[in-house]
Ligand binder design. Sequence first.
Ligand code: ADP
Length: 648
Amino acid sequence: MNKNRRSPRKSRSFDRAILDALGTIIAVLDRTGTIIAVNAAWEQFAQTQGDPTLAHTGVGVNYLDVCRRARGRWSEEALQAAAGLEAVLAGDLAEFTLEYPCHSPTEQRWFLLQAAPLRASGGRVVVSHLNITQRKLAEEATARLATIVTSSADAIVSKTLDGIITTWNTSAERLFGYTADEMIGKPILLLLPPERQAEEANILARLRAGERIEQYETVRMTKDGRYLDVSLTISPVRDQSNRVIGAAKIVRDMTERKHLVAQLQDAEVRYRAVFQTSVAGIALVDQDAMFVAANPAYEKIVGYSSDELRTMTGASVVHPNDLPAQMPLFEELVAGKRQSYEIETRLIRKNGEIRWARVCASMIRDNLGEPRYGLAIAVDITEAKRAEEERQQLLRREQEARAEAQEAVRVRETFLLVAAHELRNPLTSLLGNAQLLHRRAARAGTYPERDVRALTTITAQAARMNQLISSLLDMVRLETGHLRIEPAPLNLAALILRVLDEIRPTLARHTLIWQAPDHPSQINGDELRLIQVLQNLIGNAVKYSPQGGTITVRLIHREAQACVAITDEGIGIPADAIPKLFQRFYRADTIETQKIDGIGVGLYVVKEIVRLHGGDIQVESRESEGSTFTVCLPHLHGAGAPDERSGV
Ligand code: ADP
């Protein structure tokens, strides 16, 4: 016996020691699947399983049963393992392998199960579990990276240190128009415009030196020859011994960005111009209500420079008494409960002066709707306010003055009414007695001539005074709306004749002619008021023809009206005076008129009486030749004549 040969027992323990020294988890199964030997790694593995039933997966346990009984997350894989093992045990499979996850509560683990027949051992099978967690994690990381690279919006390209392309992602295909197949293995110089070819040598030199190139803005060329503005970020790729073996580069298309930047700059220029030149004050405050910007118009309103404002809050320029009204509005603005608000407020200037401003406030929000800046647009309305206040004051004063004037008119009219009434009573008595005396004197024929003349003067003047008082009373009644007429059907021709008969005896120098058509002229009128009209007009005809002459009174029938025309041969009326004749207190401004007594009220009252009858009055006149006043009144319904005949 060779003394160097170990005894079988010693040999087994040697084998066992080798098995135990291996990191691989190993068990040997007999043909029934029962474990007949395990190494130390197996024992340890069984104990660290999450499943307590596996803790006893040692010698004597049937491994197929263990696999079949497995429950929970990995039961699927355990059944696959059982099926594979059975196939190997039955000799149907030469080898069975299965990668399976087996995560413990504390770490992620993957194993590779291998089962192979143990040669010349009567159908026994060796089962091993190899921990492949590291490999799996690396694979996962690579897959993740690959996904990132593929799905990146930026072109990602890698190349060797000789400038030969090694990878080319989808975005690179899209950006440059070359497919990966076309580019992998080709020089990167294909992407450089002819005039920039030298750039590559420089880039490669820097990469070899291990330098990373960040956001290098340059121009590259597409397959169809278009130039692209790009930004390159290039990192050296190293091998395990840290040697630079190539480069990975990210190519970002800057065309869109450049376009956007240009657009932004353009917008900025436009808005700055509006901001700087706006006549309205514009100010921005941040979330702490501090000023961040103010335009020249705003600076002018508050008297602070933008720099000064930037150290102040928006509220600090508002009059303290106006703040309580604005704070709730501002809070609603911040809370998004309102879009904007407009308010008239007082602002306090740097020099303490108070200015009124109309302020429109709103909120500028970011894309997510969060408030970023408060915007205030202010217009100085101090002058407008002042003007408005002055206007209001003027209006008040004017209203007061008007009220005072109305009151004065009322007092005057009351006074006139009272005075006229009071004057009239004694006057009536005076006139009555004077007339009585006059008649007696005339009858007796014994009074001296000059006494009779005196009595004539007294009665004439008293009658005139009576007339004046009547005119004044009528005027006051007209103005207070108290002059009323009481119309009744009457024959106008008969009425005129009565008036003429009364007047005729008083005329010394005038001849009175009456012309009228035959048929009656029925109208609806106030007899006394119409007598007053006729007396007035005929009286004027007499008065304003001091040299005497003919006074013609004609009754004319027009279609729906009966008209009385009174013509004299007197002083006449200047053309420019005619439109004003019927205004109260108006008298024609001529020397002749001034020589004749009068107060300019008669025609005013006449016109109103005619108007109240629904009629009108016209004047035709020539200076020094005479005047015609024509009063037209509506016929009583159904009465009157269609033609314009007249008779003597
Ligand atoms: P009064 O005769 O008291 O002045 P009136 O109102 O009757 O007031 O007349 C107004 C004015 O019209 C007169 O002052 C006169 O200038 C003018 N006027 C009126 N009637 C005649 C007339 N027949 N001829 C000339 N002027 C007349």
